[in-house]
Write a protein that binds this ligand. Structure first.
Ligand code: LRH
Ligand code: MN
Ligand code: MN
Length: 424
């Protein structure tokens, strides 16, 4: 389904007067609102190809209808999101869940929706039909060199797919680890994993990066070979300057200080970027910002501070992606909410008065430091984000427009009610 620009303009027109009042009110309080608008317009968050259908748990899955059943339809769905919010201008593929058989055609289709290809993801956490060796006991860490070779070859094949599409990074998330004490020699597993990663690293094109994603638990429940940012940092620093550590918000132990992790990885030039989601108990399955919006803001505050200190381009120098599973919500609606939550956190972080904060820190004025952060966090930045969206041709109210236009109903008409997207 494609939404015409004129249709969006008509919808926007209905809310324009209200919006103007709200925007003018907030714009008056912010000295550099133009600058903030430009940053928001430039900021794009990639959508993972595996999040466009309903996810599930091991207890069941309840598909919602009109799900994309091909890569082409997934691109179409991301195009739909992007036309509404103008902030979802990239798609990230997981291989082999989404294999671009005809790369040129897929690239051309994405270009029609103004979409780029973000990092490509390899999958050595599931066995595929016809595969020679099993990943039951790991992939890059495996005691059997045949398994390791197979996993390395898969990663190199993923790089090839990515090259054909114009991706510039490979994300490696390993489920490798152990479920029981004694199962694995930690040091040997680490060394084998490093050697395997070194083989993959050698195959990276000159202008590519490799992102090492860590995760504390699941599917292995005793040890994970890339279990935290320390292990990921060890791998990425041993690999070389093209290797970075990727932070997925759901992959930490409860109460981890993620903002501090982010700040230090940036200090060391080793932060790859993000997989955004939120969680109350376990991994990634809730909408980013739905549980801990203050934490998300604090993370963005570190990001903005760190990127500015290094002179990095907020929009392009780090990788931004949503990585969540949608069990009960319409995935497209959830992705619109996720994108909005990320933009809110980013906009609030842009409001932080960095100079006064630094002064307060120097003076050990803890109360003032907290006031500065909270006054940015408590600002309702939604009109600024809506203005940025409208300026770039999107909807003032993406979610409402999605519903008013009966987008899901239209997708069901074309695709049917009994579709099941590939992915988790
Ligand atoms: C692992 C993970 C990783 C995978 C994706 C499907 O939990 O976050 O990024 O590639 O989920
Ligand atoms: Mn992830
Ligand atoms: Mn995850």
């Amino acid at each position: 389904m494609q939404i015409k620009k004129e249709t969006l303009q008509e919808l926007n027109q209905q809310h324009l007067a209200d919006h103007k009042k709200q925007f003018d009110f907030i714009a008056l309080q912010i000295p550099n609102v133009e600058n903030i608008l430009q940053k928001l317009i430039a900021f794009q968050i990639a959508i993972p190809s595996w999040a466009l259908g309903t996810g599930g748990t091991r207890f069941g899955r309840f598909p919602g209808g009109g799900e994309p059943s091909s890569l082409e339809e997934k691109i179409e769905d991301v195009g739909l999101l992007h036309s509404l919010n103008q902030s979802s201008g990239a798609i990230s593929l997981h291989i082999p869940w989404d294999i671009p058989e005809d790369a040129n055609a897929i690239k051309a289709l994405a270009a029609r929706y103004n979409l780029k290809f973000d990092a490509v993801n390899s999958n050595t956490f599931q066995d595929q039909p016809g595969q020679a060796f099993s990943y039951k006991y790991g992939s890059l860490q495996h005691v059997d060199a045949n398994v390791r070779r197979q996993a390395i070859a898969h990663n190199i094949e993923v790089i090839k797919h990515g090259e054909a599409l114009g991706s510039k990074a490979l994300t490696v998330w390993l489920s490798d680890g152990s479920c029981f004490p004694g199962q694995l020699n930690f040091r040997e597993a680490f060394k084998r994993t490093l050697e395997s990663l070194q083989e993959i690293y050698k195959a990276l094109p000159a202008d590519w990066k490799i992102f090492i994603e860590y995760k504390a638990f699941e599917p292995n429940f005793y040890s994970m070979t890339v279990g935290d940012w320390g292990q990921s940092y060890l791998f990425s620093s041993k690999l070389g300057s093209k290797a970075y550590s990727l932070v997925d918000l759901g992959h930490h132990l409860p109460n981890a200080n993620i903002e501090q992790i982010v700040s230090l990885l940036m200090m060391e030039d080793k932060l790859a970027g993000f997989h955004f989601n939120d969680s109350k108990y376990g991994d990634d399955d809730l909408t980013v910002g739905s549980i801990k919006p203050y934490q998300l803001f604090l993370i963005f505050k570190e990001l903005v501070e760190g990127m500015d200190a290094k002179g990095l381009d907020h929009a392009t120098d780090l990788a931004w992606m949503i990585d969540a599973s949608h069990n009960v919500k319409d995935p497209l609606e959830d992705l619109l909410q996720s994108t909005e939550a990320i933009m809110i956190a980013y906009a609030r972080a842009l409001l932080v008065d960095a100079t006064t904060l630094q002064q307060a820190q120097q003076e050990n004025d803890v109360v003032k430091a907290q006031e500065i952060l909270q006054s940015a966090f408590l600002t309702d930045v939604r009109p600024i984000i809506a203005e940025a969206r409208m300026l770039s041709g999107g909807a003032l109210r993406p979610l409402e427009s999605f519903r008013v236009l009966n987008a899901r109903g239209e997708l069901i008409k074309v695709r049917g009610n009994k579709t099941l997207a590939t992915g988790l």
